[in-house]
Design a protein around this ligand. Structure first.
Ligand code: ASP
Ligand code: MG
Length: 424
């Protein structure tokens, strides 16, 4: 098999661990595979580099940030190549540019636009284990770019797609994808398999195993991704195409996100163009808005509009919203930072009803108030008070019997046709 192995920061966190990575890569090669390695920076390194930049400048130039941050992966890739060589196998480190990874010009959050895999394949054919610096690429004008925090996952999956690898193994500090955060719920169970769509939702809803973009890549190019640990030989979780078995499971996992704020514009006059104007302003300020809820007063004259934004943007979002709200003649702007979003995810929701109501019942039974709700075909999210996050995740995990292995949960009340989208 042609395998891309990606090792995260903790897996290359010190010299012993780098030697361990080298042994694993060589072992896989001796088992008959053709192996390409992609590495993150040693754990803590990227944060350290960002910290150094902040000591020099309050608003460091993004081009220079990319130059700086990309050095972390240069170090770990060269050390890993050296460690593989020390085991008697030829190895060669490659920067993103040398590996042929092109990106757009969006420094610190660049998107991969193409990968010329020939240098990687050539190195493989000459008997090398190529070790590629993750997280980085080359933008227009040969500038170094980086792919956003956690971007080495995306490097690895994109490389796997480009060289048509049979498998992309992502080695991390947990040994797979769990039904929920095992640090919060000890009963959380490791999944054998999860579909791309479920993983996409889990990743964007706050489960930090994989960078969201890497899952998009995997889905678009149909790359099987195996999430596993470099510290043991446990089997891991396969992220793959959906199949019938997966649809039988109503809820695959529960994600939570404590890093959002809720902003409410109170009593805006209700007329066409209000929402357009507000969210245009927020988009211009580059603020990523997540959930949006609008309520109209019973006399139909006013609306309250609430939305959530990442906590890191909430100061900027509040200022921007206050300006717009003033212009629109709203009564005021409220902001809450003490919120969390808890979400249940599963492709089985497409064909089963009663899922959302079971979630609401469960939260109600434990006195947890729901502040906002949003749904998609395969998820239901509730915004609640932050202090109830752990309780909510635990009781939902129990209610949906996620500790039981796939296929053993109680049959859902009613089964609907596949086209049914309703969850309530
Ligand atoms: N070193 C980068 C970061 O910490 C990229 C990665 O680890 O995936 O975000
Ligand atoms: Mg990571």
């Amino acid at each position: 098999m042609l395998i891309v192995q990606k090792y995260g920061g903790t897996s290359v966190g010190n010299i012993d661990r780098i030697k361990n990575v080298a042994r694993r890569a060589v072992r896989s090669r001796k088992q008959g595979n053709r192996v390409v390695v992609v590495v993150s920076a040693m754990s803590g390194e990227t944060d350290k580099l960002i910290g150094l930049a902040k000591q020099v400048s309050d608003s460091p130039e993004e081009r220079e940030m990319d130059m700086l941050m990309s050095s972390g992966e240069r170090i770990s890739s060269a050390l890993t190549a050296l460690a593989i060589e020390a085991l008697g196998v030829k190895s060669m480190s490659l920067t993103g540019r040398q590996a042929g990874i092109s990106t757009d010009a969006a420094h610190t959050k660049a998107r991969i636009t193409g990968i010329a895999g020939d240098r990687i394949l050539e190195a493989l054919n000459q008997g090398y284990i190529p070790v590629i610096a993750g997280f980085q690429g080359m933008g227009p004008g040969s500038d170094v770019t980086t792919l956003g925090r956690g971007g080495s996952d995306t490097s690895a999956v994109a490389i796997a797609a480009a060289i048509r690898a049979d498998l992309c193994e992502i080695y991390t500090d947990v040994d797979g994808v769990y039904t929920t955060d095992p640090n919060m719920v000890p009963k959380a169970r490791k999944l054998d398999r999860i579909s791309y769509d479920e993983m996409l939702e889990m990743a964007s809803l706050g489960a930090k195993v994989l960078q969201t973009r890497s899952v998009e890549f995997a889905k678009n190019y149909n790359v099987p991704v195996l999430v596993l640990s470099s510290f043991n030989d446990n089997p891991g979780t396969l992220v793959t195409k959906e199949d019938e078995q997966m649809e039988k499971v109503v809820v695959a996992g529960i994600a939570y996100d404590k890093n959002q704020s809720k902003i409410t514009v109170v009593n805006v006059p209700d007329r066409p163009g209000i929402a357009a104007e507000m969210f245009r302003g927020l988009a211009k300020a580059n603020i990523n808005v997540d959930m949006i809820v609008q309520n109209i007063s019973s006399d139909g004259r006013f609306a309250d509009i609430s939305f959530t934004v990442p906590k890191t943007d909430s100061d900027k979002a509040t200022r921007t919203t206050e300006k717009i709200a003033g212009k629109l003649g709203a009564k005021g702007v409220d902001r809450r930072d003490d919120i969390a979003k808890v979400s249940i995810v599963g492709v089985g929701m497409r064909s089963h009803s009663g899922v959302a109501s079971k979630m609401f019942d469960t939260l109600a039974a434990h006195g947890i108030n729901i502040l906002m709700i949003s749904t998609s075909e395969i998820k239901v999210s509730c915004v609640i008070e932050n202090m109830y996050t752990e309780l909510a995740v635990r009781v939902l995990h129990d209610a949906f019997e996620l500790e039981k292995p796939m296929g053993q949960e109680a049959p859902p009340a009613k089964s609907k046709t596949r086209s049914g989208r309703k969850k309530a």
